[in-house]
Design a protein around this ligand. Structure first.
Ligand SMILES: NC(=O)c1ccc[n+]([C@@H]2O[C@H](COP(=O)([O-])OP(=O)(O)OC[C@H]3O[C@@H](n4cnc5c(N)ncnc54)[C@H](O)[C@@H]3O)[C@@H](O)[C@H]2O)c1
Length: 327
């Protein structure tokens, strides 16, 4: 298939692009490089630099690359904390950008769409692990923007027949030897811990150690980015036969912040000092996904569920690229 990957120069988009190409698909990667890196885009992908906020540029993208059969939509503002400070970037821009994409998609007869959605849809879960029947209660304007886009897709299916899958991922992590995680600012735990191991920051701050968990620190579900990429490919390939779907995607195992630090110490042989800081407002104690539905329906299996393997893969990339993609 010929697939348009928005955010194809970003962390998850670039790795999914590489996996798509390896699976025999053709990829057009579209990214404004706001967070992405041209060097992250697979050399066999066609890279187009442009902004989803620019409606004309999006229309031109489809006109100049005819025959797009499916879209994977990664490009987004992505930070929960930023969305609490600048809600309109999320409640306006994420939605407007998605609407430009959807408008061009239906104008060009695209029938398949995969959305990067989020665990932030489930702020105050009633059950753990969290399955697709959990009540939707977005934890921030970021999560709300993803929920709105899920709703847009619902209407685009009813009105235009666009089939979609919403993949609500928990914490993406890990790297491949070629492609890694390089955000500015970096907010994700594993790359921050590895920055300490690289002596780029003196210590890591743990936000709260008085949660009702096994060691008092928050429990999160870490899913290897290659496993996420495979879920996208399976979901895209299944849309025609199975129709639209929503899947929660995680490892199904939760690890505490201190367990992540301890595992990183083992992998890197660095002492990785930490200090205990205040809780962050809105951080739930535990977030673990149930991925039973995608396992059952699509046969998806995480290949790298083990935390040590995940951190090793990230460490190898970060050690080889201590300044990220910067030359
Ligand atoms: N990383 C995670 O743990 C995680 C968890 C849940 C959901 N998600 C979602 O997955 C997607 C990818 O996340 P990521 O971690 O790879 O983020 P990322 O920032 O690395 O990738 C997003 C890419 O989109 C590009 N982009 C942003 N706005 C754009 C625009 N207007 N036009 C064109 N390109 C634009 C950025 O330059 C970047 O390369 C996002 O939608 C995010 O909300 C990520």
């Amino acid at each position: 298939m010929k697939i348009l990957v928005t955010g194809g120069a970003g962390y998850i988009g670039s790795i999914t692009t590489a996996e798509l190409i390896q699976a025999g698909h053709q990829v057009v990667a579209f990214d404004n490089l706001y967070q992405g890196h041209a060097d992250a885009v697979h050399p066999q992908a066609t890279f187009v630099q442009g902004d989803l906020a620019d409606r004309e540029a999006v229309a031109q993208l489809f006109a100049e690359h005819p025959g797009i059969e499916g879209i994977m939509h990664f490009a987004s503002y992505t930070l929960v904390g930023e969305s609490m400070a600048k809600p309109l970037l999320y409640l306006r821009d994420n939605l407007v950008n998605a609407s430009h994409l959807l408008e061009a998609a239906v104008a060009h007869g695209v029938r398949r769409f995969i959305l990067s959605s989020t665990a932030n849809l489930f702020d105050d879960p009633e059950r753990m692990p969290i399955d697709e029947h959990e009540r939707i209660a977005p934890g921030s304007p970021y999560g709300e923007s993803k929920f709105f886009i899920e709703r847009m897709l619902y209407w685009f299916e009813r009105i235009y027949g666009l089939r979609f899958a919403c993949l609500r991922y928990f914490n993406a992590c890990g790297c491949t030897p070629e492609v890694g995680e390089d955000h500015d600012p970096e907010t994700h735990l594993i790359p921050l811990v590895l920055q300490v191991a690289l002596d780029q920051r003196p210590y890591i701050t743990v936000f709260g150690d008085d949660y009702p968990t096994r060691d008092g620190t928050c429990v999160r579900d870490y899913i290897h980015v290659v496993d996420l990429a495979h879920a996208h490919i399976l979901a895209m390939e299944a849309l025609d036969r199975m129709g639209s779907r929503k899947y929660n995607l995680g490892n199904g195992a939760g690890f505490t912040v201190l367990e992540v630090i301890e595992t990183a110490r083992k992998v890197t042989s660095h002492p990785i000092p930490y200090v205990i800081g205040q809780r962050r407002s809105g951080d739930p104690a535990t977030l673990i996904a149930s991925s039973e539905t995608i396992r059952r329906e699509l046969g998806w299996q995480p290949r790298y569920p083990d935390l040590e393997t995940i951190i090793k893969s990230a460490w190898e990339w970060h050690r080889a690229h201590p300044n990220g993609y910067a030359k």
